[in-house]
Design a protein around this ligand. Sequence first.
Ligand SMILES: [Zn+2]
Length: 445
Amino acid sequence: MRSVVALLFLCGALATRSNGQIANGPGWNPPTPPGATAVSPSDDRAPVPVPEPGEKAIRFYRSGNVLWCLRTLWEVAVPAAILFTGFSARIRDRAERIGRRWFFVVVIYLVTFMAVKYLLDWPLNCYQGFLRQHAYGLSRQSFGRWLGNSLKHLAVDTSGYVAFLWFPYLLMRKCPRRWWLHSWLAATAAALFVVLITPIWIDPWFNQFCPMKNKALEADILALAERAGIEGSRVFEVDQGADTKAVNAYVTGFMGTKRIVLWDTIIAKLNRRELLTVMGHEMGHYVLGHVAKGMLFGAALGFFGIYLFARLSGWLIDRFKGRFGFDSVSNIASFPLILLFVSAGNLALDPLILAFSRHLEHEADRFGLEITRDNRAAANAFVKLQSENLGVPRPGLMYTLCRATHPSPGGRIDFANTYRPWAKGEPLSYEHLFKAARSDKVATP
Ligand SMILES: [Zn+2]
């Protein structure tokens, strides 16, 4: 059970981070025929300056760092408090009185625990997800919609735990020596399943996904997608305009559900060339299999994480069983111990996970530039993404190590300004993946 959670968390963390979100925003412009000289305005080669952050962006950045510290402490403190005060054991006792049979005890424990944790987390979540977003002018969401979405997330998370966690707990009882290995295998399969179903069964519960509304733009994107070897039916528009003013695009799903999703806010804020460079970046994630690579990376970390948990949990429980109120990891009351371990593991491994994510993002930027060759539009798209999302161009080292899923906006603008191997006759990294351009589909800025 615990291993499942740990793995799902790790995979989830990776999937959301390297999901192909553009967050800081790549961008590029309409496909330029390979070999042809782009017909561009004479100033197209002039570098785009990296804009200085506004006063509001700096405040958002600094307060975000403080909030990150608070959140990190909180994610460790809450499960630790529930565990060390014996509160988890009391939830279990109640579940045993009501449920009687093992499976029902597990279900009732998990539902109760999730409800308690939701209430404890609520003030921080409300501040971070609603009040702060409005205070910085990033959100358009009504309180009712925010609350509804947060309750839907609670329902999805609780159902997920109930659906997947009973199995590792069963394994802990049935094979105490090898449960971690079997659980890791099961968790990997479960994580694949979750990534597969999320775009079709879970995401539509929160937002509406549909084909692109701007048909002229869609035709340009489909031409580019064809060049990248992606079926056009894989591009979706999602209504985020009612919720947020931030802009984004991302790649999600796996195998049959793999897709590129554009927020309607990014379609409204970026011009056609800029939007096409963003799509080039997202297509990079898609073609280079970044979601699958993130999953593999998460599974590898999860393997060591589960093993370590199996070794450490016995020692911890032996030492603190009086306080915990249970003497075996196979007792459902040990669930907060798993959460505690996952939080601590995330904190320790984040520098590694984030470095991997930034590497994928940089390669997607490279792919986007190579397929569009529209450096200027890409740089301009990054500038707009930085300002719309209240980013700072060059965040500090601690931010980069502990929080940055993407290369810094300033670094991405610099890269877009200077990466032109085709102009020097140098080999391209990803050109071999591009399909021949069709002359009738080549768009001109
Ligand atoms: Zn990306």
